[in-house]
Design a binder for this molecule. Structure first.
Ligand code: HEM
Length: 126
């Protein structure tokens, strides 16, 4: 009986040690770009990122850096490249033919968020 208790105790300690070791070995989940510090971006800055080497889009008030996503998009690059450097909510909402992207696509978009678009102050004329 004593032997059994001793074996159970050893097994318990061994499993605890295994858990602690595993915990130490598992790398921390890297933060998504969307979790990083966000900043406000003016239209003039957005407009400079209007090509494949640096492609930003404003969609529903948020700004996304989609440079690395362009080769992953399931169309020929030109379809999405046309929207780089622009307010692209219409492109995202219509895919160019009146049909919204799937919820999965919208979720994916969040990984690329870098900030919020600041709108220019209303031109106040008397
Ligand atoms: C703003 C300009 C964009 C345009 C004009 C555009 C257009 C299209 C077109 C024509 C298709 C293929 C046809 C179809 O599936 O119905 C498509 C599919 C897709 N696009 Fe885009 N796209 C744009 C931006 C994006 C962005 C920014 C993402 C994600 C980061 C994205 C993710 C996807 C995905 C995942 C699909 C597969 C179908 C779906 O899930 O809706 N697209 N897009």
């Amino acid at each position: 009986m004593k032997k059994l208790t001793y074996s159970l105790f050893i097994a318990f300690v061994a499993s605890l040690l295994t858990l602690v070791t595993l915990y130490a070995l598992v790398p921390e989940v890297p933060a998504l770009p969307g979790d990083q510090e966000q900043r406000t971006i003016e239209l003039s800055e957005l407009e400079q990122h209007n090509h494949g080497a640096s492609c930003w889009m404003a969609i529903e008030g948020k700004v996304y850096n989609l440079t690395t996503y362009i080769p992953l998009h399931p169309t020929r690059p030109a379809v999405i490249l046309d929207w780089c450097g622009t307010e692209a909510t219409e492109g995202m909402r219509t895919k160019g033919y009146g049909r919204d992207h799937s919820p999965a696509a919208w979720k994916m978009l969040e990984q690329y968020r870098i900030g919020e678009l600041t709108l220019p102050k209303e031109d106040k004329r008397d």
